[in-house]
Design a protein around this ligand. Structure first.
Ligand SMILES: [Zn+2]
Length: 94
């Protein structure tokens, strides 16, 4: 059983996150780290249209940790997704 209440002692970047959603705390930590700007183009992010992506996708061995997450604006999110898909397709064609 993982122990609760030891969170403060952990390095935040190593905190595992769930597949589907981020805690409010995690979101805040990522946005703070990025100064509320997109990791791709440095555009200011607004709360309603911020995407959280794994920098190194899980299908490529990326881990679900805060350190592997980046906050992106909608257009960077789209190109990030496209790049992953292309990379993945490339991989399979070899
Ligand atoms: Zn962007």
């Amino acid at each position: 059983m993982p122990e609760r209440g030891t969170r403060a002692a952990m390095h935040f970047d190593d905190v595992p996150i769930g597949d589907a959603y981020l805690t409010h705390e995690a979101v805040r930590a990522i946005l703070e780290r990025q100064d509320n700007r997109c990791a791709g183009c440095s555009a200011p992010l607004d709360a309603g249209s911020t995407y959280f992506d794994l920098r190194r996708p899980a299908i490529c061995g990326g881990s679900h940790t805060l350190g592997n997450l980046a906050a992106l604006c909608p257009s960077c999110h789209l190109s990030h997704m496209r790049r992953i898909r292309e990379g993945f397709a490339d991989h399979r064609n070899k």
